[in-house]
Design a protein around this ligand. Structure first.
Ligand SMILES: Cc1cc2nc3c(=O)[nH]c(=O)nc-3n(C[C@H](O)[C@H](O)[C@H](O)COP(=O)(O)OP(=O)(O)OC[C@H]3O[C@@H](n4cnc5c(N)ncnc54)[C@H](O)[C@@H]3O)c2cc1C
Ligand code: SF4
Length: 538
C-alpha cells in the first residue's frame, strides 16, 4: 500500500492533519509508539500515574543524556536514567495532549515579529516568524470550532469556577491589574459526540475519562478515518535523493515494518523529531535527513519562567468563603496579561503571561508539603498527622506559572549521544540546555507581580522559583521554519527545504515561543499545514 499521507506521532501536531486529510478522502496512516488507550482505560490513580510513569517510557528503557551549561560556561552531563530526569510527556495515542491542563492562549501579533518589534538580544538567535498573526488567525478559529474551547476567547461557555476567584479579582482590581478568565480546551457541555467536563478534580497530568478535554485523540483521531497504528516506534526515514520513500518502525516485539506514502509528516515532538532526522543517515544526507546545512536540532526552546505559590487559610475568610474555597473540582482559571511588554534596562523587552491555578490535587504531593514545621525542621508521627489534617481541611494552596520567552541560543540544541542506545538499539538524543540570563530576569519581574496578588489576597507561605531548568512539557524549536534556507530547516509551509515530501507539524517549527503554553498554536499551525497539503497535488 502507498498511503497519501503518513504521520509519525499522534499528539497535537499530528491530529489536525490526520483529521482534515482523512475527511477529505485521502488515505492517512498515523504511527504512534505508545498504546491506543481510551476513556474507559483512564482512572485517577495517583500512584499509577504520577509515581510509576504509566503513560511515559520507563527511564531504564528510554532516556536522554542531558548537558546543562551554566552562566559561567561550565557544562555538566546528566544521564536521565541516573538523575530520574525525564523529557517524556505522554507516549500514548494523542501524546501529551491527553495529559495537558488545556490552558489555551493565542500568541499576540508582535510575538510573530519579536526581532523587528523588540530588537536583537545579545547572545540570542531571535528571528521573526515566516507567517504573521493574520495568517494564523483563521486557524486559531478553526481549532475552536473543531476541538471546542471554553471561556472568554472560546466558543463554549466558561467552566464553573471556584468562589475564591472573587477574592483574586478583588485583589487585582486594588493593584490595578486586569484579571482574565483563561480559555480552556475543555468542553463545558456535551458536544461533538464527547461529554462535557464533570469536574473530576484531577485534570492536568491525568488523561480525561469523559472526553471533555480536547486531546488530539478524543477530539480528532477518534473522529476521523485515519488509520492509527499504535505500538509503532519509528526509527528510520528512508530517502532517495530529496524524496522520502518510506519510514521504518519496530512493533512491540521489535519486528521491523515499513510504511510507504506520498507525503510524510513528522510530529514526534521537537526532541524526538530531531533525533529521528539526525539518526536517519544515507549518502545524500550524511549528517541526517534534512540536515545538509546543519540546522536540524538547533535553537531548541522551552517556556521560560517558573512557578510559585501561596496558601489561603481559613482565618482570612468568612464562613461562606471557606465553604467555597473547599469545593472540590471547580477551576481557578485566572490569568494576568498586563505585563506583555517590559520596559527595563533602557529599552523594551517581551514580557509574558502568568496563569493561576490550584495546587495539584494529588494527595501524596500535598502531604509532602507538610513534612516541615515553621522553622523548616522535619516533623513526623502525631505532629505531622495533625498538620496534614489541619492544612488540608482548612486551607488551599494557590499556585502560579510564569510563561516568558526562553531565548533561542547556540547552546541549547538537540544532538545524538553516539553509541548510547535505548531498548530499541537506537542512539538516544542528547539535550543541550542553556537558559539565557535575560529569560530569568524577565521571569523574576513577572513572578514578583504574581506575589503581589497573593499577598493582597491574604495568602501566606508565599514562595517562587525562577530557574534555568526548563519545563519538559513545553518544548519547541529545533527545526525552525523561516524564509532563508541557510538559517532554517523548514519553509513557511513547514516543508523541509531539502526534501520534496517531508513536513514537520509539531512545535519544532517555532523560532520563538510566544510566552504562552503552545498547544493552541500547534493545533492552529497543523490545521494550516493541512490546508496547504489539501491544495497541493501529489
Ligand atoms: C502535564 C502536562 C500539562 C500540560 N498543560 C498544557 C496547558 O495547559 N496548555 C498547553 O497549551 N499545553 C500544555 N501542555 C503541553 C501540550 O501537551 C503539548 O504542547 C502538546 O501535546 C505537544 O504536541 P506534540 O504533537 O508536539 O507532541 P506530543 O503531544 O507529545 O506527541 C508526540 C507523540 O509522538 C510519539 N512519538 C515520539 N517518538 C516516536 C517515535 N519514534 N515513533 C512513533 N511515535 C513517537 C509520542 O509517543 C507522542 O504520542 C501540557 C503537557 C503536559 C505533559
Ligand atoms: S472531566 Fe474535566 S476536570 Fe476531569 S480530566 Fe476531563 S476535562 Fe479535566
Amino acid at each position: 500500500v502507498i498511503y497519501d499521507i503518513c504521520i509519525v506521532g499522534s499528539g497535537a501536531g499530528a491530529g489536525p492533519i490526520a483529521y482534515e486529510l482523512s475527511k477529505s478522502g485521502k488515505s492517512v496512516v498515523v504511527l504512534e509508539k505508545g498504546e491506543y488507550l481510551n476513556e474507559e482505560d483512564f482512572s485517577k490513580d495517583e500512584i499509577a500515574i504520577s509515581r510509576r510513569d504509566l503513560y511515559t517510557p520507563n527511564l531504564k528503557d528510554e532516556f536522554h543524556i542531558i548537558y546543562q551549561k551554566d552562566d559561567e560556561g561550565k557544562t555538566t552531563r546528566y544521564d536521565g536514567r541516573e538523575y530520574n530526569w525525564s523529557f517524556w510527556n505522554g507516549s500514548l495515542v494523542g501524546g501529551a495532549s491527553n495529559l495537558m491542563s488545556g490552558y489555551f492562549h493565542q500568541m499576540m501579533p508582535y510575538d510573530f515579529k519579536l526581532k523587528s518589534t523588540f530588537g536583537e538580544i545579545e547572545g540570542a538567535n531571535v528571528e521573526d516568524w515566516a507567517v504573521s498573526y493574520a495568517d494564523l488567525a483563521p486557524y486559531y478559529q478553526k481549532t475552536k470550532e473543531i476541538i471546542g474551547i471554553s471561556g472568554d476567547d472560546g466558543n463554549f461557555p466558561p467552566l464553573q469556577e471556584n468562589g475564591a476567584t472573587k477574592r483574586f479579582d478583588k485583589a487585582c482590581k486594588k493593584l490595578g491589574f486586569k484579571p482574565l478568565r483563561v480559555s480552556r480546551a475543555i468542553l463545558s457541555k456535551d458536544a461533538f459526540g464527547r461529554n462535557g467536563c464533570y469536574y473530576s478534580n484531577f485534570c492536568g497530568s491525568y488523561p480525561c475519562a469523559s472526553g471533555a478535554k480536547g486531546s488530539s485523540r478524543a477530539a480528532l483521531l477518534k473522529r476521523c478515518n485515519a488509520r492509527v497504528i499504535s505500538n509503532a516506534f519509528v526509527y528510520e526515514i528512508v530517502t532517495k535523493k530529496s524524496v522520502v520513500k518510506e519510514v521504518r518502525y519496530f512493533d512491540k516485539q521489535r519486528r521491523s515494518h515499513s510504511i510507504k506514502a506520498k507525503i510524510f509528516v513528522l510530529a514526534l515532538s521537537p526532541i524526538e523529531t530531531s533525533r529521528l532526522l539526525l539518526n536517519s543517515k544515507n549518502s545524500h544526507f550524511p549528517n541526517g535527513v534534512a540536515n545538509n546545512r546543519g540546522n536540524v536540532g538547533k535553537n531548541l526552546i522551552f517556556s521560560g519562567g517558573g512557578s510559585g505559590e501561596g496558601r489561603i487559610r481559613f482565618d482570612v475568610l468568612n464562613q461562606k468563603e471557606q465553604k467555597e474555597l473547599m469545593t472540590p473540582g471547580l477551576f481557578f482559571n485566572r490569568s494576568i496579561k498586563d505585563f506583555q511588554v517590559i520596559k527595563k534596562w533602557g529599552r523594551s523587552y517581551k514580557g509574558g503571561v502568568i496563569d493561576f491555578l490550584f495546587e495539584h490535587q494529588n494527595i501524596i504531593s500535598r502531604a509532602l508539603r507538610e513534612i516541615r514545621d515553621k522553622n523548616g525542621d522535619l516533623i513526623w508521627g502525631e505532629k505531622l498527622q495533625k498538620k496534614i489534617v489541619e492544612d488540608l481541611r482548612r486551607s488551599r494552596v494557590l499556585t502560579f506559572e510564569v510563561f516568558n520567552d526562553w531565548l533561542p541560543t547556540d547552546d541549547c540544541f538537540v544532538g545524538i549521544e553516539k553509541g548510547v542506545k535505548d531498548k530499541w538499539g537506537v542512539d538516544v538524543a542528547s539535550i543541550h540546555l542553556y537558559s539565557h540570563k535575560k529569560d530569568r530576569q524577565i521571569g523574576e519581574i513577572l513572578a514578583k507581580k504574581a506575589l503581589k496578588i497573593l499577598k493582597e489576597m491574604g495568602a501566606v507561605e508565599i514562595s517562587y522559583d525562577i530557574s534555568p531548568n526548563p519545563p519538559p512539557n513545553l518544548v519547541a524549536g529545533a527545526c525552525r521554519f523561516g524564509d532563508d534556507p541557510k538559517k532554517s530547516v523548514l519553509d513557511k509551509n513547514c516543508k523541509a527545504w531539502e526534501l520534496e515530501n517531508l513536513y514537520i507539524s509539531d512545535a519544532s517549527f517555532m523560532p520563538t515561543g510566544g510566552s504562552v503554553p503552545y498547544t493552541w498554536t500547534i493545533y492552529a499551525n497543523s490545521f494550516r499545514i493541512a490546508d496547504h497539503l489539501m491544495k497541493i497535488n501529489h
